[in-house]
Design a binder for this molecule. Structure first.
Ligand SMILES: [Zn+2]
Ligand SMILES: [Zn+2]
Ligand SMILES: [Zn+2]
Length: 281
C-alpha cells in the first residue's frame, strides 16, 4: 500500500474519529444515544430505540475496524485502544441496556392488560423518528420527505442521500478508496475478483500498464524496428545484424585482397631485380 492509499483510509477514519478531537465523532454519538435511551420511559419505545441504535453502531464499528486494519493506521500513530476499542466498549454498554430493556418489557407483558393498553396508546401517539441507515450518518428522515432505498433488497433500510446509499451498499475502489455500487466497478484481474476498480482508476491502471509495457520495449538502433525474442538485449534487429556482419566481412575481404595485391607487386619487383642482376652477372 502506498502513502496515498493510506491517507485515504485515514481520511475515512477521521470521519468517525475527528482528527482534532477523536471523541467528537461516533464516541460522542453513542454516548448521546445511551443517555437519550436511558431517559425514555415508554418501554416499547425504549426497546425499539436501543435496538435501532445498537444495529447502527455495530455496523459502524465493523466499518471502522476494517478501515483501521486495512489502512494499517496503527503505523500512523492512531491508537486502537483510544478509538475503535473505546467505541467497542460503549457498544457493549448499549447492548447491556438493550438486553435489560427487553427483559423489562417481557416482565411487563405478563402484567394485567389494563396497564399495557395505556402504554400502547402512549406509544401510538409518539411518532418514532426514522433515521438514515448510512454508515457515517444518523440523520433523521422526516415524514413525507424523499429518501433512498434499495429496490430489490427489501431490507427496510432508508437513506437520506445518494452518498449514504452508495456508502452502505457500495464496495471500495482499490485505486481511489472511494465507494461505488458494485455494478459500477471493474475487475481487472479475473484471478483476483476482490480487486475492484472504479472506471477512472481502471482507465488509469490500463494506461500505466501500457506505458510500462512500452518502457520495456527496445528498438533497433539502425532501422527502428521493435526488438523481440533473443534480440531484445542487443542493439540491432536480426536483419540489421546480418547486414552489419556482411559489411564488416566485405571490408575485410577488400583489405585482404588489397594486401595480397601489394604483396604480389612486391614479389614482382623482387623478381625483376633478380633478373637484371643475373643479366649483369
Ligand atoms: Zn444519511
Ligand atoms: Zn477509483
Ligand atoms: Zn534493424
Amino acid at each position: 500500500m502506498n502513502n496515498d492509499e493510506q491517507r485515504k483510509y485515514l481520511a475515512k477514519f477521521n470521519e468517525y474519529f475527528p482528527i482534532d478531537d477523536q471523541e467528537n465523532g461516533v464516541i460522542k454519538q453513542i454516548k448521546e444515544d445511551i443517555e437519550r435511551i436511558k431517559e425514555i420511559t415508554n418501554l416499547e419505545e425504549k426497546c425499539h430505540e436501543s435496538n435501532l441504535a445498537l444495529s447502527i453502531h455495530c455496523e459502524k464499528e465493523l466499518h471502522v475496524d476494517y478501515i483501521y486494519t486495512k489502512g494499517k493506521l496503527g503505523k500512523l500513530g492512531i491508537v486502537y485502544e483510544d478509538t475503535v476499542e473505546k467505541y467497542h466498549e460503549l457498544i457493549r454498554e448499549l447492548r447491556t441496556l438493550d438486553i435489560e430493556t427487553i427483559k423489562e418489557l417481557e416482565k411487563n407483558k405478563t402484567k394485567p392488560k389494563k396497564q399495557n393498553k395505556k402504554s400502547d396508546k402512549q406509544s401510538e401517539k409518539q411518532e418514532e423518528p426514522i433515521r438514515c441507515s448510512g454508515l457515517a450518518c444518523y440523520k433523521e428522515i422526516k415524514l413525507g420527505t424523499r429518501y433512498y432505498y434499495h429496490k430489490t433488497k427489501n431490507d427496510g433500510k432508508k437513506f437520506c442521500s445518494d452518498e449514504c446509499y452508495v456508502d452502505y451498499y457500495g464496495e471500495y475502489c482499490h485505486g481511489c478508496m472511494n465507494k461505488f455500487l458494485v455494478e459500477e466497478l471493474y475487475v481487472p484481474n479475473a484471478n483476483n475478483p476482490k480487486y475492484l476498480l472504479c472506471f477512472n482508476c481502471w482507465k488509469k491502471e490500463k494506461q500505466e500498464q501500457r506505458e510500462w509495457e512500452e518502457s520495456q520495449k527496445s528498438y533497433c538502433e539502425l532501422c527502428g524496428a521493435e526488438l523481440t525474442g533473443e534480440n531484445v538485449f542487443s542493439l540491432y534487429c536480426a536483419s540489421c545484424w546480418e547486414k552489419e556482419t556482411e559489411k564488416v566481412q566485405k571490408r575485410k575481404r577488400k583489405e585482404e585482397s588489397k594486401k595480397n595485391k601489394q604483396f604480389d607487386r612486391e614479389r614482382e619487383r623482387e623478381r625483376e631485380r633478380e633478373q637484371t642482376w643475373t643479366q649483369f652477372a
